[in-house]
Design a protein around this ligand. Structure first.
Ligand code: ACM
Length: 537
């Protein structure tokens, strides 16, 4: 233990004092070469095709925003030192995201084996540029060859418990891009609010988008403030987010969570509640589950609603092949207590209330599939054998993801133990974050494809993501603090894969990564297991 501590301390301080090159997530091949490329305003970015210009835009905006550099982009290299961006045409099939990057003293060359790969070459270049400096930066000469281990690399963001501005969402998406992630799972509805503009169901916005107050302190809390809280994203705003993400090779997967987590829906439209006569409001507290009725009633109004609302969602997010319908944490007690639901069960020969959940879920799934989309749900959906294997399972509980892969489902791994970043990451955060302890080491230690899985089952694991639930995260800077550096560890799990991971080396890379967080203006946690809080200058 003592030795580990000393070694890690030495590693961190060495990394602090030498310009050692490193990239997060760890690339397949990284070689440092002699010399440096001088990056200043005399350098030109060369990008000819539309795809090349797309990556060039990100690079030039980044250099301007963070270093004050103003590089012009040209279609052909001239006499000036250049950063040359090219999508390489290769005959053999390539992994989406494969690239090569060469930094030489006279030129920087980025080769994407496809357009997405070029964008990731830009991200690796960004990691090689010194985090501190202005006007003239010495980029160490290097060669990088790289490709991702998993197709799906993502982050989820709950904008219901607390809501964030479009600019903050864009910042979040930039963080994904900088970590070579390609999916943004946008959790848009829950008990505390419906955040999607709806033309067909306007009361989702006038009533369902606002709660009357918010619980004070940690659940169950010490009372409620009486500040009305909420809002929703207009269709135009959601399209703006989709386009922003697309420019960064990120797909936005929207989630409308049904048939539970629906207090906001039944507050707006009590006809969809199993207790329509009791007046409800969107929840002001967390931890609803079996404490307050939040399920949709199995009636014709709900059936139509499910079809309409998922069609509206697909109209907005038509770019995404995946649409998430939630399906987690439906307590059966509300259907059990409802005479109409019991009557519905009898008419349909249902053996238990779980089949009501399945019935409602199937309407959402059919609607999604009819539009040519792939339906994604939390791991509860595996309870329904009739659903078919076309649905994608998002695992959040224990080893349900492994079970799903073994049973032949495509799976996105986000087990709460390793992937929920709302949980405290160091001692003494009890009053500010969810209880439990998800340190950087725990997150980094996650292996989504254990050796016990058969080769066939392993293929069913698409990749995974981190989840950012926001009950205790009212501000974006607090969200950043929860994300970093754990999100960087998640990026390494799903981009680099298990063979390339090394916790000791990852920790050594942190000092440069902390400098980058500073450069980006992001908050982060400096606590490292066995060392404590790392001092920053
Ligand atoms: C979940 O955390 N209920 C998906």
């Amino acid at each position: 233990m003592k030795k580990t501590l000393l070694t890690l301390c030495a590693g961190l301080s060495a990394a602090l004092s030498f310009a050692q090159i490193s990239i997060i997530p760890e690339p397949l091949k990284l070689e440092q070469r002699p010399g440096v490329f001088l990056l200043n305003n005399h350098v030109e970015i060369v990008a000819a095709s539309v795809d090349e210009q797309q990556s060039a835009r990100f690079l030039s905006e980044y250099l301007h925003k963070h270093y004050g550099l103003k590089l012009s982009t040209v279609a052909q290299a001239g006499a000036k030192p250049a950063i040359v961006l090219a999508v390489k045409n290769v005959a053999t099939p390539v992994v989406a995201g494969e690239y090569e990057l060469t930094v030489a003293p006279e030129q920087i060359r980025l080769h994407g084996f496809n357009p997405q790969g070029l964008f990731y070459a830009v991200q690796s270049l960004i990691q090689l540029i010194p985090a501190k400096g202005y006007w003239q930066l010495e980029v160490p000469a290097a060669y990088v060859y790289d490709k991702p281990a998993f197709e799906y690399r993502g982050m989820h963001f709950d904008v219901v418990r607390h809501m964030f501005t479009v600019d903050e969402i864009k910042k979040y998406i930039d963080y994904l891009a900088l970590h070579k992630m390609n999916y943004f799972h946008w959790h848009l509805t829950d008990d505390q609010g419906w955040r999607i503009e709806s033309a067909k169901y306007p009361k989702l916005n006038t009533v369902g988008a606002y709660r009357e107050g918010t619980i004070i302190g940690m659940f169950p809390g010490t009372g409620f403030d009486s500040t009305r809280y909420g809002g929703y994203y207009t269709v135009a705003q959601m399209r703006e987010v989709v386009d922003y993400a697309k420019e960064r090779y990120i797909t936005v997967i929207p989630e409308a969570d049904i048939p539970a987590h629906c207090m906001a829906v039944i507050a707006a439209y009590p006809e969809m509640s199993t207790t329509p006569d009791s007046i409800r409001k969107p929840a002001s507290t967390w931890g609803i589950y079996n404490r307050q009725n939040n399920v949709l009633a199995p009636n014709p109004y709900t059936f139509q609603f499910l079809k309409d609302i998922f069609n509206e969602l697909i109209d907005i997010f038509h770019d995404s092949p995946y649409i998430h319908f939630g399906a987690d944490e439906a307590s059966r007690m509300w259907w059990r207590a409802s005479p109409e639901s019991q009557e519905f069960m009898r008419r349909h020969n249902m053996k238990d209330e779980g089949e009501i959940q399945d019935y409602l879920v199937r309407i959402a799934v059919e609607t999604i599939q009819k539009r040519g989309k792939i339906a994604v749900g939390w791991d509860e959906i595996m309870n329904d054998a009739q659903l078919g294997k076309e649905v994608v399972v998002m695992n959040w509980r224990g080893t349900r993801g492994i079970e799903a892969a073994n049973r032949g489902y495509q799976v996105i791994m986000t087990p709460s133990r390793f992937s929920y970043l709302n949980i405290m990451q160091k001692p003494n955060e009890e009053m500010t974050a969810h209880r439990g302890m998800t340190t950087l080491d725990v997150v980094y230690g996650y292996n989504p494809v254990p050796d016990t899985l058969s080769a066939q089952a392993a293929k069913n694991i698409m990749g995974g993501q981190g989840c950012m639930w926001t009950e205790y995260y009212p501000t974006f800077s607090k969200v950043e603090y929860a994300l970093f550096p754990r999100m960087s560890a998640i990026a390494e799990t799903f981009w680099s894969g298990q063979e390339r991971k090394d916790l000791g080396r990852f920790k050594q890379k942190l000092s440069k990564q902390f400098d980058l967080y500073d450069l980006w203006g992001a908050q982060y946690c400096t606590y490292v297991v066995d060392i404590g809080d790392v001092k920053r200058r």
